[in-house]
Design a binder for this molecule. Sequence first.
Ligand code: BGC
Length: 740
Amino acid sequence: MTSKATLCLAALLGVQAAAQTPLYLDPTAPVEQRIDDALSRMTLDEKIRVIHAQSKFSAAGVPRLGLPDFWTDDGPHGVRPDVLWDEWEQAGQTNDSCTAFPALTCLAATWNPDLARLYGRSLAEEALYRGKDMILGPGVNIYRTPLCGRNFEYMGEDPWLASRMVVPYVEGLQSQGVAACVKHYALNNDEEHRHQVNVIVSDRALHEIYLPAFRAAVCEGHAWAIMGAYNLYQNQHNCHNATLLNRILKTDWAFDGVVVSDWGGTHSTAEAIANGLDMEFGTWTDGLTMGATNAYDNYYLANPYKQAIKEGRFSTAELDDKVRRILRLYMRTTLDRTRPLGSLCSESHYDAAMRVACEGIVLLQNRDGMLPISPARTRRILVVGENAVKMMTVGGGSSSLKAQRETSPLDGLRRRLHGLVQVDYARGYVGDTGGSYNGVSTGQDLTDHRTPEQLIDEAVSMARGADCVIVFGGLNKSDYQDCEGHDRQSYGLPYGQDRLVEALAEANPRTVFVSISGNAVAMPWAHKVAAIVQGWFLGSMTGQALAAVLVGDVSPSGRLPFSWMKSLDHYGAHALGAYPGTWREARDVIDEEYSEDIFVGYRWTDSRQTEPLFAFGHGLTYTTFTYGKPRITTLDDAQGRYRLTLTITNTGQRRGAEVVQLYISDLQSSVPRPVKELKGFRKVELEPGQTAEVVFDIDRRMLSFYDDTLGRWRAEPGRFEAIVAASATDIRGRAAFELK
Ligand code: BGC
């Protein structure tokens, strides 16, 4: 064939192909028309097929129509290793290691929305490379009790902070064509008996505390999916909860995405059909319990649904709505031909993980400039504690990862101080010597048969001659610690760490405690140690980031995303005995009444005038900042818009970042309101001597409360105060204004 003839044939075929491209596959056609077109071509079986799982983490597409299978994976700190088709056990692939990003508590502690965007984008790139279309995260359940085993996967106690951080995470992820699945909607604020807890909460607390971050993710971040929680609300499971899904999410918030069940969170075909569940996953944990050839056909939204339609118990109206949403999800992900290919474990991802870790570490206490450690003036450091060596990316439940790299705190310090300072190590305590989850193992053997006394004696004798002692303690990712499925059983540090820390502080006053955890813990010895650092679960770059902060390569700039109370009864939920709830045998549920209502975290301590050990928003740096007097101007009286400005100056000797926080106080109100509420923050990085102007725009919504009699947000005229602060208890300036 001549080249001319080839060209003609190619052109002809091209024309024919274009003419035959169905509307639903035409990326230039309007999305809703494409959805209508695809839907009109689908049989009942095909519609049923796409609304439930076909394996542990995938749902079938429609091969006949060229609609690919849909793959999802956890989330939220990295892409989970592949599991076997029907089981939780890892598949044993050799190409599914990932970059482990810091846990979401650390991300929240950066108070830096730009980093949340970078986090989401980097994670999406890993997901794409691994062939995942949706990441099961981020999680934004509110930190109500420090015992909650999953707090480390969430963004703290404050709805404003969590909202500002979740939106860019979702946007970053979805910018790459990977769906976010925001979880766990809603009121899954503790883990113990999570399938049976029925939350009783006022409308005000629901809308003011527990829903705003979900709302922001949906209405501002335009999340493409959301995951129903395991627990119940109004005596109905949240995966098919009429109020939460149909009324609030799909009607009030106009959510156009897909409601995904949590794995095994579906309990009824009729409710799942009628109450807004779109995609069912994980029913019966091994996927095969029904003993049928294909157990997935027995899912609530599979054959039982088809049967209900055939028998006329349901029309196809609900089914079509579910399928439309799923087709919309396909358009946004699997059918998006412009979607990039992604990349796995790239240096840019490690850089992103490092930046988040460095900015999220919180310097809680620093007596007499104990930190940073000066390598020039230090000969020998003693590092103590299991958490100095234990790999933490494995464990904790569904967020467990198979990290390509993970540097421990001890290795990080040793590398950074190599040739400069002698770094010795003593174990100090034995906690959890295991290190495997679903078949992924750290490969570490931490077995140590010495008694607690022997371990403490060894550490103390090594501490005596050291220039400083750094204890890496806290919690870990094993059951009843920072781990899914259960809550912690006490607020105190486990494994006898209190005794160890006290003994070390007595032997060497230059003792630093670094807490590796996602939760606050009791620190009865806080006044005896020189410095305290909150080191979270930092993922791949744990050692490098901690070393950078401890040695002072980086000035710490993290701020607590939750209040760190002195004791458990300083948390509202515990003070009122409102956790873990009351067993109702007849209904087989645990009624958990949130009697502290809207007074969660600092809202509680403010109203009770109790001092936390470390306040919400607290975090020290290696420099100092001076706040100018805040000035307020009215932008629009009728609309209730104001502008607050102030200057901030780095008055110390080195570069550093301050998080300027804006709280609003409603001074005249017909309903009880918190003393103050966070309504803005800016992270400002300044050179020594440098001054910046910080501007906050205040609008009506920031002055509003949820009026439960009207069922909407409302701002009452009257006097308000804008409070500028460095933490919830460190107030630097006030400016009053009046809403007309
Ligand atoms: C967890 C979810 C997770 C899912 C899939 C559930 O047990 O609650 O957060 O995404 O499992 O692993």
